[in-house]
Write a protein that binds this ligand. Structure first.
Ligand code: FES
Length: 114
């Protein structure tokens, strides 16, 4: 099980949750009433942008789909060279589309505020 800490979404719902590795964040958030705005759930609308911070000693392997990385670059929240770094080392960027994110290890998740 991994620790997933939601901060900044809702004072009643924020806190520590446990989820099996591989669990979609969308399921964890919906099951626990975390108010993340999931409109398309397909990586297209960007309504679900989050800050994603690994808190394990080592960065877990995290394969990110090209479509998500391209969307993050298109939105201007991730630089092309950082996207390439994430691909090369199979690690997560610090900004994600929550609907495309799986639990891979202990993380802190916050709303992405531009
Ligand atoms: S819900 Fe649309 S990109 Fe995540």
């Amino acid at each position: 099980m991994a620790k997933v800490i939601f901060i900044g979404f809702d004072s009643d719902k924020d806190g520590l949750y446990h989820a099996p590795k591989g669990e979609p964040i969308v399921r964890l958030a919906k099951d626990n009433g975390i108010p993340i705005n999931f409109e398309c759930q397909d990586g297209d609308c960007a309504s679900c942008l989050i800050k994603y911070e690994n808190i394990e000693d080592e960065e877990p392997t995290n394969y990110i789909e090209d479509k998500e990385l391209e969307k993050l670059v298109e939105l201007g929240v991730l630089k092309t060279k950082d996207a390439e770094h994430c691909q090369q080392f199979t690690i997560s960027p610090k900004v994600r589309l929550a609907c495309q994110t799986l639990v891979k290890g202990d993380v802190i998740i916050k709303p992405f505020l531009q």
